[in-house]
Ligand binder design. Structure first.
Ligand SMILES: Cc1cc2nc3c(=O)[nH]c(=O)nc-3n(C[C@H](O)[C@H](O)[C@H](O)COP(=O)(O)O)c2cc1C
Length: 191
């Protein structure tokens, strides 16, 4: 694979409109098999992902989206729900076997919540980078009713939604002009 920084960063945009080109299940599996290697604290890996492609499941998700996000979610070939397993520590004996890491979390709801949000968000970033490295475009969104998504897609589990991300091949002709970023001087400090 010849992946460039332009493909991952400089030229990669947040897409609102996608071509009808489908995203095969094999590509979604490849995407997960890349993003899973991104680091998380104690290797806790709290992200859980639901790939929504079928029209019926799409409509269940669209009903949870904010008004500006509904149509583009319906139209995108795939929408991934990036969730976080609030019982992620149950898997630490498997994921971090050389220490009793589960005991660091049991009975500590604030530590659990902070760790789940921090690491599932990191994994969401790895998800976007992995998707771009495979030639896909992304449209991440947090404008939706989290409680409704949780009831609709994660009922009976300890998983809560973090954000959702449209996936496919973006229609570059429909992009807005790009917004600026903070300069190094504005965002960074050298000590
Ligand atoms: C976590 C997250 C949530 C976002 N939520 C929304 C959203 O609800 N609706 C929307 O239209 N764009 C949303 N965006 C898109 C951002 O506005 C966009 O990524 C940003 O302006 C950078 O655009 P660019 O990648 O084209 O430079 C979200 C992006 C991220 C990363």
């Amino acid at each position: 694979m010849n992946i460039t920084t332009e493909q991952i960063f400089d030229n990669a945009r947040t897409h609102n409109v996608f071509t009808p080109q489908p995203v095969p299940e094999a590509t979604l599996r490849q995407l997960y098999d890349l993003m899973k290697w991104g680091p998380t604290s104690a290797n806790c890996s709290p992200a859980r992902i639901v790939f929504v492609s079928s029209p019926a499941a799409k409509e269940r998700l669209v009903a949870c989206m904010g008004p500006g996000n509904a149509d583009k979610t319906r139209a995108a070939p795939v929408t991934a729900i990036i969730g976080m397993d609030m019982a992620f520590f149950d898997k630490l004996p498997q994921l971090f076997p050389h220490a009793d890491a589960k005991s660091w979390f049991v009975g500590k709801p604030e530590h659990i919540a902070t760790t789940a949000m921090r690491n599932s968000s990191l994994q969401g970033g790895y998800f976007i980078i992995a998707a771009r490295s495979l030639g896909l475009d992304c449209g991440p969104m947090s404008g939706f009713d989290n409680a409704r998504v949780d009831a609709e897609f994660f009922a009976g589990t300890a998983v809560k939604s973090n954000f959702v991300c449209n996936l496919g091949h973006g229609d570059a002709s429909k992009l807005f002009p790009r917004s600026p970023r903070l300069s190094f001087e504005e965002a960074c400090t050298l000590l």
